[in-house]
Design a protein. Structure first.
Length: 663
């Protein structure tokens, strides 16, 4: 028998041990809870079986097995296996005994306590039964979803070792004073042991950039009626989190047991204020209008939903390269993606994957499942500064009553962020649109393709905006989706560009449109795809292909989402020659100083630029950088660039050095 063995260090007191890597696997409906057959193949977790040859369209049961050696010296400690996600049903066995399950919630993390079932000083068999059968007890529901139905242990797995007291979560609610950038935070800690009513906690908060410790202390706390331990901390002057300056703070929360650490929880937070004033998003006190694009994870045919960490980070880097400031996801994401967006400064809306079906109301069972999923999503991702909103559904009709119930539930779980639902019929529903019930009215705007009158022409869009404006009052409208799906709509990338230019121009003309999210980054894998077979079945909807190779529309969208435009490039001694058809200016031959005119956009995007630079190669081939002044929306600036190269080539760069514009 092939044995995939993980050895756990005998000196582990509080530790996280990765269980990624080699597992044994079989796709079969038989019962293998006591052990997999000898001919089971070896796969590497994170893993999805729907990119395996012959299993591309498989929707059913599969089994994973890993052997663990746990030393005798670890008796008395607590052992918990944490699955970041298993799609969509998981039943976990330890040495043939069922120790936990997670049903109908294929995108949220869960933890299984294996302490009582572990054989210390011996080999242990950890087995996971997985099922991705289309189900009516699941979000997404039955076949009503437009992405890949990838089954498996497709995100990270780890073993957490702790003492008798263990931390379930530590939630930080940072509060930023926009007047003086002073920061405070409310800390809420929950233990896995509800019988513990009083405990001593250590708390450290450190600036990730400077390494400065801003909080470090011990707190003796008593549990409140809700079973959590609460305290407030003064953090002093802090650096705000912003999409151009994503300042992060590392935290470490420990629970003590007899003057030793019994468990430790690590994470990151950011200090920001994101709210609505009138018809504007307001970030850290500044009204902004924000552009972005959505990505569809799982689209690379070599990876499926089991994307490597490096690929996930590369995807996030593409979003940043496109000048994305805001995005959304159709389903709950993993830590790799959210950590990347925290670090890059991209605001995120995360959603329950209730897509199109069921229409109207949910059964009591599905309503309970929706609340469980939302609760797990919020608990797991509460500390991520990138998340500005939680959403309950996407393009579901007539679900107003349930939207209100779930929106209220979100506000109970997290009163600090927005609750949304994504609508595609606000132009028809008008005042009855479900998105009006929650914090931000939304519109998946597909006028001229999927939606509109029978004429299906995009030029109807201004008429629909006139209808929508009165129902908004003083509220904003958030365009949550638009794009071109081929071959349902012909014209290829050339039409994609033309439609992109038209729709974005119309959105920017409407003062109440506070932002947009284009759909989408890549051609994406989906069981609903119109073209391709097996793991190559896709919808051709992206500004890049499914392997992230950019199309011409990529560069057009990047320019549209760039916060600046260049309206002047000429030598400092240039004199316009009104009589010349060959050139608009003449200059002295020895003039190597360039005047660059920069106009800051004041539509979408619209935000203040701080810490930007102009980077160029001088005439000697050396790289030079010019610090730009703080630049405000609607303003224009002229910058003198000495010793410029003969091509007049330069970049405008964000504070992190990434170019937002290449000239």
């Amino acid at each position: 028998m092939i044995s995939m063995m993980t050895f756990i260090g005998a000196d582990a007191q509080v530790s996280d041990i990765s269980l990624d890597g080699e597992w044994r696997f079989v796709a079969d409906s038989a019962d293998y809870s006591a052990g997999l057959p000898t001919d089971a193949k070896v796969v590497k977790v994170p893993h999805t079986y729907n990119i395996e040859e012959g299993l591309e369209d498989y929707a059913g049961k599969a089994w994973y097995e890993k052997r663990l050696f746990v030393p005798e010296t670890m008796k008395g400690q607590q052992l918990r296996v944490r699955f970041e996600a298993v799609y969509h049903d998981a039943i976990v066995y330890m040495n043939g005994r069922m120790v936990g399950s997670h049903i109908g919630k294929g995108y949220t993390p869960f933890t299984v306590d294996i302490t009582r079932y572990t054989l210390f000083g011996k080999d242990n068999i950890l087995t996971v039964e997985v099922c991705n059968r289309f189900s009516d007890y699941n979000f997404p529901y039955r076949r009503a979803f437009d992405w890949a139905n990838d089954g498996g242990i497709y995100r990270h797995v780890s073993l957490h070792v702790s003492g008798k007291k263990s931390i379930r979560y530590a939630h930080f609610t940072p509060i930023l004073s926009k007047r003086d950038s002073m920061g405070t935070a409310h800390v809420s800690i929950r233990l896995n042991e509800p019988k513990v009513k009083k405990a001593t906690f250590s708390l450290t908060l450190r600036c990730k950039e400077t390494k400065e410790v801003i909080v470090q202390d011990l707190y003796v706390l008593e549990a409140n009626k809700q079973g959590t331990f609460e305290t407030d901390i003064d953090c002093g002057k802090v650096m705000p989190w912003h999409f151009d300056h994503p300042a992060l703070y590392d935290f470490e929360v420990g629970v003590m047991d007899r003057e030793k650490f019994s468990d430790v929880c690590l994470g990151k937070i950011g200090f920001l204020s994101f709210r609505i004033e009138g018809n504007r998003f307001v970030l850290n006190g500044e009204p902004v209008r924000l552009p972005g694009i959505e990505t569809m994870p799982g689209s690379h045919p070599d990876y499926g939903m089991a994307e490597p960490t490096t690929y996930i980070h590369a995807t996030a880097e593409m979003l940043k390269d496109l000048n994305t400031t805001i995005t959304r996801f159709h389903w709950v994401q993993g830590e790799d993606m959210l950590n990347a967006l925290d670090s890059l400064g991209i605001l995120v809306q995360e959603e329950l994957s209730w897509w199109q079906q069921p229409q109207k109301s949910l059964t009591p069972e599905l309503l309970a499942l929706a609340k469980e999923t939302l609760s797990e999503m919020i608990e797991a991702h509460y500390n991520h500064p990138c998340i500005f909103a939680w959403a309950v559904s996407n393009v579901v009709s007539g679900n107003n009553a349930t939207v209100k119930i779930l929106g209220d539930f979100i506000h109970q779980q997290d009163p600090t962020r927005f609750a949304e639902t994504v609508s595609n019929r606000i132009y028809q529903n008008l005042s009855e649109d479900p998105s009006l019930l929650l914090d931000i009215p939304t519109w998946n705007e597909y006028i001229g393709t999927w939606h509109g009158s029978g004429k299906k022409i995009r030029e109807e869009l201004p008429y629909y905006f006139e209808m929508i404006a009165p129902i908004l009052g003083e509220r904003p409208l958030f365009i949550t989706e638009y794009g071109l799906c081929e071959p349902a709509f012909v014209g290829g990338d050339r039409r994609r560009i033309d439609d992109m230019l038209y729709h974005i121009k119309e959105w920017t003309r409407q003062d109440f449109v506070t932002g947009y999210i284009y759909f989408c980054l890549e051609d994406y894998r989906t069981h609903m795809g119109e073209e391709g077979m097996g793991k190559y079945r896709i919808r051709r909807h992206g500004v890049s292909d499914c392997r992230h190779q950019p199309k011409p529309s990529y560069d057009v969208l990047r320019d549209l989402m760039c916060p600046v435009e260049i309206d002047k490039v000429q030598p400092s001694t240039a004199v316009r020659d009104k009589n010349s058809l060959a050139a608009v200016w003449e200059a002295k031959e020895d003039d190597h100083t360039l005047i660059v005119g920069i106009r800051v956009k004041d539509d979408i995007p619209a935000y203040t630029l701080r810490g930007y630079t102009l980077r160029y190669e001088d005439a000697d081939g050396d790289m030079q950088t010019i610090a730009l002044p703080t630049m405000f929306p609607g303003s224009r600036y002229e910058i003198s660039v000495p010793a410029i190269n003969a091509r007049f080539k330069f970049d405008i760069c964000r504070p992190d050095g990434r170019p937002c514009l290449n000239y």
